[in-house]
Design a protein around this ligand. Structure first.
Ligand code: F6R
Length: 242
């Protein structure tokens, strides 16, 4: 694992965006794996600037999101489909029909998850997967004890994740209990993985992921086995590394 420690989240975003651009420029039909949440926002901003400068060609690019809440309509601003539209599709100028998000409203969620796996395969696999990390070590919504072999599937959100995501919901509103998420096996199939983390509240999870034993109790620790894993941190998130 390569670990890059930056002064702050904006510098981390710029460094990450340059890495992503370099990887995507090596292929004619680039496939980007995208995460939601607060962490990748500076990276998306920096990527959009690179696109505007002409340093990244998005004309043949497609994208796949990591996860989606179950039962959240796609036009709800808290849905990951709408979040990806606002933070990735529009700022980068991607063709909306080339941007995929797992279907949390599918009548048959199992079939929807299988179709998502198939769509990733058909696109030629993900070239670079952007990841955030949960305070409990999750990547995507692969909560602690997730199987390292898991594929896109239905998962129950851990109480800590629901607590952390409360900030996106109004007072008294119920945070969803379930999601569909790419599995750890799906994430590990990406050609490159780029894990981002900012802030002191991520420091323990980052230390467990990067330096702890590879254990399903810290799902992100499986990235230690990835051949092309880069971890981009601000100083606070790196503060518990030895
Ligand atoms: C989001 C996702 C999650 C987040 C993680 C960190 O699509 O898959 O794993 O990356 O919960 O969230 P933030 O960045 O909001 O701290």
């Amino acid at each position: 694992m390569e670990v890059i420690i930056c002064q702050d989240a904006d510098e981390a975003g710029r460094r990450a965006a340059r890495r992503i651009a370099a990887i995507l420029s090596r292929t004619s039909d680039p496939v980007l794996g995208v995460a939601t949440g607060s962490t990748p926002i500076p990276t998306y901003r920096a990527l959009a600037a690179l696109v505007a400068e002409g340093a990244v060609d998005v004309s043949r690019m497609s994208a796949f999101a990591l996860d989606e809440y179950v039962g959240m309509p796609v036009d709800d601003e808290r849905s990951y489909a709408d979040t990806i539209r606002r933070t990735v599709t529009e700022p980068l100028g991607l063709d909306p029909s080339a941007v995929h998000v797992p279907d949390g409203m599918a009548e048959d969620l199992v079939a929807g998850c299988q179709a998502y796996e198939e769509a990733i395969r058909e696109a030629g696999g993900i070239d670079v997967q952007i990841l955030g990390i949960g305070g409990n070590g999750h990547i995507g919504f692969n909560e602690p004890t997730s199987s390292f072999a898991s594929r896109t599937r239905l998962k129950t959100l851990a109480p800590r994740t629901r607590q952390d995501n409360k900030r996106f919901f109004a007072e008294g509103e119920r945070v969803p209990t379930h999601c569909v998420t790419q599995g750890l096996g799906t994430i590990m199939d990406a050609g490159h993985v780029l894990l981002l983390a900012n802030g002191q509240e991520k420091a323990d999870a980052v230390a467990a992921a990067v330096e702890g034993p590879v254990s399903s109790m810290c799902p992100a620790s499986i990235l230690q086995h990835h051949q092309h894993a880069v971890v981009v941190l601000d100083e606070a998130a790196a503060s518990r590394l030895r």
